[in-house]
Design a binder for this molecule. Sequence first.
Ligand code: SF4
Length: 446
Amino acid sequence: MAKTAPIAPKIGIVSLGCPKALVDSERIITRLRAEGYEIAPDYKGADAVLVNTCGFLDSARAESLDAIGEAISKNGRVIVTGCLGAEEDVIRKTHPKVLSVTGPHQYEAVMEAVHEAAPAPHDPLFDLVPPQGVKLTPRHYAYLKISEGCNNTCSFCIIPSMRGKLKSRRIDAVLREAEKLVEAGVKEILVISQDTSAYGLDLKYAPYKWRDADYETRFFDLARGLSSLGAWTRLHYVYPYPHVDDVIPLMAEGRLLPYLDIPFQHASPKVLKAMRRPAHQERTLEQIRRWRTIAPDLVLRSTFIVGFPGETEEDFALLLDWLKEARLNRVGCFKFEPVKGASANALAGAVADAVKEERYHRFMEAQQATSEDILRGWIGRDVDVLIDEVDEDGAIGRSYADAPEIDGAVILEGETDLAPGDMVRARITGSDEYDLWGERLANGRP
Ligand code: SF4
């Protein structure tokens, strides 16, 4: 007689925060699926709801507390984890009914709470999890987390106190995970961590074997290994340490996407010192020039904070000049917001909200003009486009210059016969401040 699978308990998941939190959610979902749980599409059908919170900015904390409140009112059985979970008292004060609270990447404790809320059906044959795990991102791109925590002490940030010191994953484990993702159809790997260029420091760059070759647990070997997989590899959260220079030739050779996400945060040496940013920032323009000589197609993305305590009009003018000179391709800007527990809150020279607002607009205007100008220069170029979405008007994809979710897009009007994950060749025919338009080339794949 055929064996009937036991009825699987269903767990609802609310995932808030950055890509790093998304990777935590993916790991938890992988564990849940491996134990036979199902993921509930809504609150109603769920036996319990897991809320993965973000605690970085006050606005994110408020969003996390709201999400917990909504889950309690719609379901009632709520398990909380993630960055804000590191502050159990804050959560319990607002939501005393939560079943359990754990901090970031405490997978074991989360699973224990789930077992208590909704016991697992024990049947190892039931609902086998795919070997590459379960991903929340679309099938054709995946985030690859190489480490947790951070050894820096940026004064506006509380991540090191929430997530602890740098803990790198062994390089063979990271490369094996990337290999499985590519085997499963992933076309683009997005490397994430708090400080990607510091990778391996805590493991003293320990050597391991992968595919019968020697690799050290360090930034360059990671880039070298990933570049052999035949997928797009995009590096996020890289600081401009001198050894970053070593990967630029791999980009020039087309083995690694010529794209670097470097959170510069500011350009004024005085503000950077008050921010306690890692890496020596005064020579960054020189460094960028050198990189572009080696890899002329290099695209740089960054984020900045305006209105940091002590930022004078002179500091801000210096930042604008630096920005114009650096001609970064993609830029995000935040107005300084005090984060509970951050040492920057005690700094003198708070900038008035109206001044922050005004600087933010001047910053964005300056960058918009640069971005428009750079993108206009793309007209006539032929590029590979990875398709993300297709609807009745056409396809929307990205070139190597655009990371998913945060950068622009390449729009291919009328291309309705494509599918997400297709890689096609297109000629750029139009542009605006953030996006490009293109025409698929007759011999363009697929
Ligand atoms: S590098 Fe700075 S901003 Fe980034 S996680 Fe570490 S301390 Fe926070």
